[in-house]
Write a protein that binds this ligand. Sequence first.
Ligand SMILES: [Zn+2]
Length: 214
Amino acid sequence: MESAVVLPWHGRPESAPRELGAADWERYERHLAEILAALGMDIDTPGTRETPRRLLRALYDATAGYDGDPKLLTAFPAERDPSRSGRDGLILEGPIAFVALCEHHALPFHGVAHVAYVAGSEIIGISKLTRLVRLYARRFTVQERLGEQIADRLVELIAPRGVAVRLEAAHLCTQMRGVEETGSRTVTTFWRGTFDEDADLRREFLDEIRAAHR
Ligand SMILES: [Zn+2]
């Protein structure tokens, strides 16, 4: 990777990887088999025999954000001179697709994130922003916390002048139970730094997203 730098505060693990022993896996599979059978699934067919194992594995993979992401920890020095004055450009990435599990029902909410920042002395690549979104999406969470964590971690990683995060997601827990119409989406936005103070910058961010969807 060209000119990647690892800064002193990088390298602290987000969290230790989870450790589930083989005996734990087997016990959880048995519990899931019991629950699925009680709900009405015939769990002794060729199609369903492995379902408890697959469901457990799917849940484990969908919550892989708890294992952290060591590859997130590199930044690139921005090209611009940090002492230069004047308005700095907005760096906007998205849509970044994500799937998260709502912590109230453990059912998916899924959608897209747009992340923008005004760089300080460092920038971060698109692939890293995708990693950042997924680090926090692949957990049991709520849309509000997800956006806060993405914004705060980006501030911590590259100390930008400002950060904007917009999340748009459909929540299966409300749609499956008929609480919300299918297709309805929840939009949340989060501002840090210059975005907090500058309404023009917020408008520019939202206009660019709208233009990209036209
Ligand atoms: Zn829910």
